[in-house]
Design a protein around this ligand. Structure first.
Ligand code: ARG
Length: 763
């Protein structure tokens, strides 16, 4: 954040700075005392993305305590009056009793003895009649102290703006408080008051940012009496616990309370600036309630009229901030891919997640003898010999710190470590950081994903990392993923809670020679052109299908807590489809040994609906449908492959996972009609017949060929429709009777052909 240059202001009781007291010409309005000097901190001197304030910089800042702890901030506006937020004191429509509250004045650090601070109890809490919920505005409250505060260098009131006071958008103002430093990340000890510079956003710009779907698909309507401050790119903001506290802007040497921290969506998120209660519109409400108190709050008039009013469209174009992470112009060449080199072991692949942090599997470093204690406080010399190699950078980076996930050694899903670089990297096209998902990020089924190297493993001979990284795969529906992953019969947790596994579509790595022996992969998924580190896996149990990845989103809190600046990004694609479809509880169909036969994803937007359908390309431009019956076997109609009288096998190519999706090459024609499939009661689909030559309605039954097929293809699975012999027309076949009837024909073996796949050609 930019440095807060606080210029000492000399307090002059009689002769103020030139021009400063044009104010005195203005006759004091009712309730205003001219004796009360406001908005001038004595020169003695988080809020998200902020820094420690100097003691005495913000002497109007108070801390409101309830039950012994800080609940909200507030601003001293007169010796007996504090202005705060209504939502701090209203629960379920009822105002909390004032006697449970105490006001701490002149506090800097809330840890230990509160030197120079003093406490007041609260007499009365006043809340506007029209306050109901924060999103509906009027979120302010006046607290009357039981006895006046003792004003001094650390306790002074802030100035209040008149209703006519204009705070121009673009003005740099400051917010202060003891609130969380990130979402769900409390201010660490010694709880020093945080300050952050925020820019005022005009109504148009703010409404524009909020009208773009963001976290939880939510948008929001900015109302009169609210104001926004922050940045389209986020990262600096107020957060939980800052509420009620001040947003102050300087004018002619005085600080005015422009806003009261009210709410936001998350903290510091992109396109989600903080929302404040605008104080100026409440001038009369405040005056009315403080009437008669001496001295009351001061409402000095504005000295510097902004050149442009907040209604003018200057800087008010509607530009959303784009993520500053996850850009890879050439997918497969990842600008965040780093290699951590520890002497005596093979390099470990990880990902750059900010300008100074690398995320990698902890198992890369667990075996390595690191001097004790290996905690987050490991001294820098432990890593003297470690080096980090970043893409497009000849120099090697040094490591300052290693923070292992506390469950790293116990739990595969937590096999993560964060390495801090000694010097911050200048993030450009390369190196750049990958985006990380927030906890509530829903990677949608059908998302485009790729694999990237992860961890220390080596490729099995004949494998090519390059090839693997080039492969685009699609994310499976999480229910589907769960079922495939062989957790038969269990009830499936709703996918967003968060998911336990992420599965990209079935890949035949074994046959393709891409079997991953001791290596890990990370799963990168793309949304609107931005890559997210969605999953990681270091589990080296050979060639498990489908590959299952541990979701990274569950670790967002840990990552943000450690790094204080990793790129956690909101979900960018919002098409969640019919509501609740994904979240309803489902039971997996009975499993098979491979866990995968006959199962069909419920829906994959633009994807493959019949994952066993293959395109069999035969020389001579014939294309027919084949059925994947086992990882290495495709069943096709004989007439499609062999020409009458010919006994030589032509050159055949089988394309998987694209039947019906891609358009066929020119001159190719589908010569075979598709297969006949019936769904069993348990869910999986069973191949019942293959179309006979020249027909789209007559099918050669597969049933009679079960023996031949099972003898040839050991791994083929035979499921019975409704528990009885599925090909018998007499059985209670779930298929329409006329189709089931036509699905029997003698001498089928002559019509069917099994193709043993040499290599499965990925798309
Ligand atoms: N409502 C919060 C509180 O009670 C303040 C949240 C401000 N959030 C933000 N993103 N600006 O402390």
């Amino acid at each position: 954040m930019s440095q807060h240059l606080f210029l000492p202001v000399v307090i002059m009781a009689v002769s103020p700075m030139p021009g400063a007291f044009q104010d005195s010409a203005v006759s004091p309005t009712q309730g205003e005392s001219e004796d009360l000097d406001c908005g001038r901190p004595e020169p003695s001197s988080r809020i998200v993305g902020g820094s420690d304030a100097h003691p005495g910089t913000w002497p109007w800042q108070v801390s409101l305590h309830q039950g012994g702890g800080h609940i909200c901030g507030g601003s001293l506006v007169a010796p007996s009056w504090v202005l705060s937020a209504a939502h701090c004191f209203v629960t379920n429509g009822t105002l909390e009793p004032a006697d449970e509250l105490s006001v701490l004045l002149g506090v800097h650090s809330q840890d230990g003895p509160l030197e120079g601070a003093h406490v007041r109890s609260v007499d009365t809490i006043l809340v506007p009649d029209n306050y109901s919920r924060v999103e509906l505005g009027a979120d302010l409250a006046l607290l009357r102290l039981s006895s006046p505060a003792e004003l001094g260098p650390f306790v002074r009131p802030v100035c209040l703006p008149r209703a006519s006071h204009l705070f121009a958008h673009g003005t740099a103002c400051w917010a202060t408080g003891w609130g969380d430093v990130q979402e769900a990340d409390p201010l660490p000890l010694p709880w020093v008051l945080q300050e952050v510079e925020l820019r005022l956003l005009g109504e148009t710009a703010c409404q524009c940012l909020y009208s773009r779907p963001g976290p939880f698909n939510m948008t929001f309507q900015l109302l009169p009496g609210m104001l926004c401050a922050g940045y389209p790119e986020g990262r600096r903001d107020t957060c939980q616990g800052d509420s009620g506290g001040p947003l102050v802007c300087e004018d002619g040497g005085r600080w005015f309370l422009a806003g009261i921290t009210s709410f936001g969506f998350g903290c510091g998120r992109r396109n989600r600036p903080g929302v404040f209660t605008a104080v100026a519109p409440y001038e009369s409400w405040i005056r009315e309630h403080v009437m008669g108190s001496e001295p009351g709050p001061a409402f000095p008039s504005q000295l510097q009229k902004p050149l442009s009013g907040p209604w003018e469209p200057r800087e008010e174009n509607c530009t959303f901030a784009q993520p500053e992470c996850g850009k890879a112009p050439r997918p497969g060449t990842w600008p965040w891919e780093v290699q951590v080199m520890v002497p005596g072991s093979t390099p470990c692949y990880g990902a750059l997640v900010s300008d100074s942090w690398v995320l990698a599997p902890a198992s890369c470093f667990l075996d390595f003898p690191i001097q004790q204690p290996r905690t987050s406080d490991s001294s820098p010399q432990d890593f003297e010999t470690w080096r980090v190699l970043l893409p497009s950078r000849p120099e090697e980076e040094r490591v300052a710190r290693l923070v292992e996930h506390e469950n790293a050694s116990r739990d595969f899903a937590s096999d993560l470590a964060l390495l801090q670089l000694r010097t911050r990297v200048n993030l450009t096209a390369a190196p750049s950081a990958v985006c990380l998902p927030h906890r509530e990020h829903y990677f949608l089924p059908g998302s485009r994903c790729r694999l990237a190297r992860w961890g220390r493993g080596e490729l099995a001979p004949g494998s090519s990392a390059q090839l693997e990284a080039q492969l685009e795969t699609q994310l499976l529906n999480s229910w589907w993923c769960h079922c495939l992953y062989d957790r038969q019969g269990e009830s499936v947790p709703p996918p967003g809670d968060p998911p336990h596994l992420l599965c990209p579509a079935y890949q035949e790595e074994e046959e393709a020679g891409l079997c991953w022996k001791d290596s890990g992969w990370s799963l990168l998924c793309r949304e609107e052109g931005t890559w997210f580190l969605a999953g990681h896996r270091t589990l080296s149990n050979g060639c498990l299908r489908p590959r299952a990845f541990s979701p990274v989103q569950t670790h967002g809190l840990w990552i943000s807590h450690v790094t204080q600046g990793a790129y956690l990004e909101d979900q960018l694609t919002w098409d969640w489809g019919p509501e609740g479809e994904e979240t309803e509880k489902q039971t997996c169909p009975p499993h098979t040994e491979h866990g995968a036969c006959g199962l069909r994803p419920k829906s994959t937007p633009g994807g493959v609906l019949w994952p066993w359908l293959t395109e069999v390309h035969v020389t001579g431009d014939r294309v027919c449908t084949g059925i994947l019956v086992a990882p290495g076997w495709v069943l096709a109609a004989t007439h499609c492959i062999l020409r009458l009288g010919s006994t030589t096998v032509p050159y055949i190519e089988v394309y998987l996972g694209r039947a019906g999706v891609s358009s066929l090459p020119q001159g190719h024609q589908v010569t075979s009609a598709p297969a006949l499939l019936c769904q069993t009661e348990g869910g999986p689909w069973v191949l019942v017949g293959m179309a006979v030559r020249g027909s789209r309605e007559l099918f050669a039954a597969i049933g009679p060929e079960a023996t031949w097929i099972s003898q040839t293809v050991e791994e083929a699975h035979f499921l019975h429709v409704s528990g009885s012999s599925y090909w018998s027309p007499e059985s209670n076949d779930p298929c329409p009777q006329d189709l089931a009837d036509s699905a029997s024909s003698p001498k089928v073996a002559a019509l069917l052909l099994l193709l043993l796949l040499a290599i499965l050609i990925p798309r």
